[in-house]
Design a protein around this ligand. Structure first.
Ligand code: NAD
Length: 274
């Protein structure tokens, strides 16, 4: 897909951070955009900020963990704009702790949003994209935590590795068709990801929250605050769509880190021959 002018995009997690950056970039390129988010007030604020594009934007409150809600949001998008060409399954949350500590509620929340949210987006839009047959693209937001593992991030890494794997499979299933698939793998981006608990459903709150090392918390807060501008991430995504690149990386320093992981894996094969 090369040209976004007059095309329609659906973006989840659109009311903040990377999602809002994607919305702005797509609007700048002349697309219509449906903004989907679970946070109603933030969605209203974002819509107000984008008021100058009012005939090309609309919004829908939607919890991506709920398959029926995503199907309904997709239908609203078709009714409002017609054919949809870009789907950004971007909504995600950060939650975790040491694996022995992570509560079932936390696993359910993070798998529901970070993994099933992406599945629901694909299933709601892919049949429609196949039916209209025009050039289209699905972008799933994972993280560099879908390539690399870190202590205390078990549930996050598990869901993001799954999104990378699923997108690679999807890209191979769509090879040769008019539809591309990419997975976005950024390192730190300046967003509200570290305040994800604001969106945790009350029935998935644990009575005893997981422990998180206060020093690490302060460190990560600082890394996110000084992270990449979502606008720069969004520009890389649009570039990745145009190039039909399966993996979209944003931070040069993650290249060596990723190579280190794969080098370690390749070394382990050496043990077979002794
Ligand atoms: N910020 C980073 O450093 C970073 C790095 C790598 C990957 N990511 C990924 O980027 C994506 C976007 O996160 P962000 O960093 O912009 O954080 P953010 O918190 O600023 O934005 C996330 C948005 O998703 C929405 N959301 C949360 N749960 C939802 C649900 N159940 N249904 C619908 N919307 C929901 C939130 O309301 C929010 O608007 C996530 O998938 C995250 O894992 C972020």
């Amino acid at each position: 897909m090369q040209d976004f002018q007059g095309r329609t995009a659906f973006v989840t997690g659109a009311a903040s951070g990377i999602g809002r950056g994607l919305v702005r970039a797509l609007l700048d390129q002349g697309a219509n955009v449906m903004l989907a988010d679970v946070e109603e007030e933030a969605l209203k604020t974002t819509m107000a900020e984008l008021a100058s594009a009012d005939n090309r934007i609309d919004s829908v409150v939607c919890d991506v963990a709920d398959a029926a809600a995503v199907q309904a949001a997709a239908q609203r998008t078709f009714d409002r704009f017609g054919n949809v060409h870009v789907v950004c399954n971007n909504a995600g949350i950060g939650a975790g702790g040491m694996i022995e500590d992570v509560k079932p509620e936390t696993w359910q929340w993070i798998i529901g949003v970070n993994l099933m949210g992406v599945v629901h987006g694909i299933q709601a839009f892919l049949p429609h994209m196949k039916a209209h047959g025009e050039a289209s693209h699905i972008v799933n937001t994972a993280s560099i935590a879908g390539m690399l593992t870190m202590p205390g991030m078990g549930p996050y890494c598990a869901t993001k590795f799954a999104v990378v794997a699923m997108t690679e499979v999807l890209a191979s299933e769509l090879a040769g068709s008019s539809i591309g698939a990419s997975v976005l793998c950024p390192l730190w981006v300046s967003t509200r990801i570290f305040e994800s608990d604001r969106n945790r459903p009350s029935d998935l709150r644990s009575a005893v929250p997981e422990k998180f090392d206060p020093h690490r918390r302060a460190e990560v807060t600082e890394l996110i605050k000084n992270g990449m501008d979502p606008a720069e991430v969004a520009a890389r995504v649009l570039d990745g769509i145009r190039a039909n690149r399966v993996h979209i990386f944003t931070h040069r320093e993650t290249e060596a880190m990723t190579k280190g992981r794969f080098d370690g894996i390749m070394d382990a094969f050496g043990a077979i021959s002794g």
